[in-house]
Write a protein that binds this ligand. Structure first.
Ligand code: G3I
Length: 412
């Protein structure tokens, strides 16, 4: 039986917090290129040290995952979230990230800079400078873009003019339609897919979140956004994206109810993004599979849209009692490799090839993960991603490759 944990993390990122919190529930509880499938090789007999938070680069793990190109192992987009513009460790400012992205990934998701306030800071102002830089970089390097996100309630990035907007329901819908139309038109033909609406459902079920947009339009803003996005960019795949729906079946029910309504009313939607900010021990792969199957059964694509798996679980009994992993060891990395493998294997086993929208890891290198701040308040490091702070392979990379190539999931 799943356990749902209450919020306890210190950071204030509303949805991020809720997301990460619930994901901690268990607590104690096609690109081209060639690739190899050789097993991982460790070049040092002692556990590598990878310390540091966001300021001190961790030491190399010296782990070689033996993967020539991850994306070549998948017949679907293999993506990674990247920073842009002036963000710390943004892709344009970090050549080491560029090397990894070009080598291993066939798709990028801008982690922040395509959000509402970045692209549409004032009623009559659209600013595409930072996003265009990333989109152009991707195009120049044969990398697709999964764009994120046209509508998101999260207070941090709702433009001030929207917070101050006054008008009746029709005026709100027209304003949001205009927002979607402008941005989706600008990127028509340049992005492969959109998270059209992000996190519109309430935690714990019950339907739609009582967001600013919901308060003014009811659920209609969601449907409007999908229709406007399809009209502006008929070729882009359109996703609904949310967190915890890989285990919170009541929340997932709200999503599938929405999808069923869309089908009845002819609202365009191509897939559902399962963010998958999960933990080492929660949720079970059986739970993840059961959740994904509900979307598969509706004929939609399933995208793992924001995957990360931290070593520490701040809501676990162990963590709360002081058992905090502040040093990365090879043994921890190998456990994480097994977990990554099992999760990707569940995706491969559950989602038919034609419905695989792809897998996106939420960040390139460990120190760039949002979790260091959001989950751990910069008090200690964590290692949720596929590459370490020295931009070297981690065992987790091998774990993903093993799942993609049908190998057994092991911690060695
Ligand atoms: O750019 C400013 C910088 O100038 C300033 O010095 C610094 C001070 O804290 O803040 C910087 O902005 C931060 C921004 O990321 C860019 O790095 C914000 O504080 C920070 O809140 C923001 O966090 C992002 C978060 O969404 C909120 O938008 C994370 O990087 C991003 O990974 C996270 O991504 C979300 C997805 O969009 C939706 N699903 C959940 C996921 C994780 O929360």
């Amino acid at each position: 039986m799943q356990q749902q944990r209450k919020a306890a993390w210190p950071l204030v990122l509303a949805s991020a917090l809720a997301c990460a919190l619930a994901a901690c529930g268990g607590g104690g509880g096609g690109g081209g290129g060639s690739a190899t499938t050789t097993p991982p090789v460790t070049t040092t007999p002692t556990p590598p040290a990878t310390g540091g938070g966001t300021t001190t680069p961790p030491a190399s793990t010296t782990y070689d995952a033996g993967v020539t190109r991850l994306a070549a192992l998948a017949a679907f987009p293999m993506g990674v979230a990247v920073g842009g513009g002036n963000e710390d460790r943004s892709l344009p400012k970090t050549p080491e990230q560029q090397t990894i992205v070009k080598k291993h990934f066939s798709q990028i998701t801008p982690g922040n800079i395509m959000k509402m306030s970045y692209l549409h800071p004032a009623a009559d102002t659209y600013d595409y400078t930072q996003a265009d830089e990333l989109v152009n970089y991707a195009a120049a390097n044969g990398i697709a873009v999964h764009a994120h996100t046209l509508i998101w309630h999260s207070d941090y990035q709702v433009p001030t003019f929207m917070k101050n907007f006054s008008g009746d329901k029709a005026a709100w819908l027209a304003m949001l339609d205009d927002h979607v139309t402008h941005i989706a038109s600008h990127y028509a033909g340049k992005v492969a897919s959109w998270d059209v609406v992000n996190e519109a459902m309430a935690d714990g079920g019950g339907g739609y979140r009582n967001s600013l947009f919901y308060q003014h339009t009811g659920a209609d803003f969601v449907e409007h956004a999908f229709r406007a996005a399809r009209a502006a960019d008929p070729k882009a795949l359109l996703y609904y994206n949310d967190y915890n729906i890989e285990w919170d079946m009541t929340k997932l029910q709200a999503v599938t109810d929405m999808v069923d309504g869309f089908k009845t009313r002819g609202v365009p939607i191509d897939g559902v993004g399962f963010q998958m900010h999960i933990n080492m021990d929660f949720p079970s792969v059986g739970t993840i599979s059961a959740a994904m199957k509900k979307v598969v059964d509706r004929g939609l694509k399933v995208k793992i849209s924001e995957l990360d798996i931290p070593i520490n679980n701040p809501n676990s009994a162990a963590y709360k009692s002081g058992d905090i992993k502040t040093t990365y060891t090879l043994d921890l990395g190998l456990q994480q490799k097994k977990r990554y493998c099992e999760v990707v294997k569940a995706y491969m086993d559950t989602v038919p090839a034609s419905q695989r929208g792809g897998i996106v890891v939420w960040g390139v290198d460990d120190p760039s993960s949002w979790l260091i701040q959001a989950a751990f308040n910069n008090k200690h490091a964590d290692w949720p991603l596929l590459f370490d702070g020295q931009y070297h392979d981690k065992p987790a990379l091998r774990g993903v490759a093993d799942a993609l190539t049908g190998q057994a999931c092991t911690a060695n």
